[in-house]
Write a protein that binds this ligand. Structure first.
Ligand SMILES: CC(C)(COP(=O)(O)OP(=O)(O)OC[C@H]1O[C@@H](n2cnc3c(N)ncnc32)[C@H](O)[C@@H]1OP(=O)(O)O)[C@@H](O)C(=O)NCCC(=O)NCCS
Length: 244
């Protein structure tokens, strides 16, 4: 099997490409995907208890490698990830910056140049959108905004809040060392999104927060450093690699 993707769009400096990647693959593609993984990634895959989780991890990692290969010109197997002390993978490639998120049967992968990016996708589950979880993870203002909504709108707003917070955390790359109550995001279903950080009044202007259009049953968001960015949303199936 070839490990060349047919084509990816150009990625000029202000461009942000968000790929929606399903985590399903044929047995032949799966075997190929495993062959693309580095030894540490194979070891991680092997540690998952359930086969389906092994598969999802391997497909997400391999497809991320295939996409990064197309943007960087390196072969997928040649990409060597480094990790920050919080576990965020990065490449020593001078300009490419990326982030991955997976939930249930979908992943999203965001890539840009010379600026921080974080993405998050969640599978909507009403049983997770509880007051207890909101009280634990959201700021006072977010909890107040959530409670002000009619009951039937709260589940969707909960996941919008969660994914926007998580995308920002992931862009900053500091994991949960960043206090979740120190910043808030808007919950509205609007195009004009904002975040505000109590520790730094200028922080909101440094980031663009975006809804990422997601398949039914999922909510997704991206946070990218900078302004005047050009977002493009692409489905994996629109540029099928010859390997898949
Ligand atoms: C990795 C982390 C940042 C997100 O984990 P998650 O939501 O379970 O998983 P996602 O699928 O969105 O992201 C995982 C991917 O992010 C990347 N990643 C790992 N560490 C990261 C970090 N510190 N920052 C950004 N990205 C990271 C990896 O590519 C990882 O993929 P992999 O598992 O295939 O290696 C997790 O360490 C974390 O801190 N989660 C916070 C959870 C939380 O309580 N959120 C509250 C939001 S309101």
């Amino acid at each position: 099997m070839s490990d060349k993707i047919h084509s990816v769009p150009d990625l000029p400096d202000a461009a942000v490409h968000i790929w929606r990647v399903p985590l399903l693959a044929t047995p032949a593609a799966l075997a190929y995907y495993h062959s693309l993984l580095a030894p540490d990634e194979r070891a991680r895959a092997a540690r998952f208890h359930f086969e389906i989780h092994r598969q999802h991890f391997a497909i997400a990692r391999a497809r991320m490698r295939i996409l990064l290969s197309a943007y960087s010109g390196c072969l997928p197997v040649q990409l060597a990830f480094s990790y920050t002390s919080y576990g965020k993978p990065y490449l020593s490639h001078p300009s490419l910056v990326f982030n991955l998120s997976h939930a249930h049967e979908m992943a999203i992968f965001g890539v840009t140049r010379n600026r921080a990016i974080g993405v998050d996708i969640e599978h909507i589950r009403a049983d997770l959108a509880t007051d207890d979880i909101a009280n634990r993870y959201f700021s006072k203002e977010e909890i107040r905004a959530l409670r002000a909504l009619p009951a039937e709108q709260r589940c969707a707003a909960f996941f919008r809040c969660w994914t926007r917070k998580e995308a920002y955390i992931k862009a900053r790359g500091e994991g949960l060392s960043m206090p979740l109550a120190d910043f808030e995001v808007c919950l509205e279903e609007t195009e004009e999104l904002w975040l505000s950080n109590h520790q730094d009044p200028h922080e909101g202007a440094r980031w663009q927060l975006r809804n990422v259009p997601a398949p039914a049953g999922y909510v997704a968001a991206a946070a990218v450093q900078g302004c005047d960015l050009n977002f493009k949303y692409i489905d994996w199936s629109d540029a099928p690699p010859t390997a898949a």
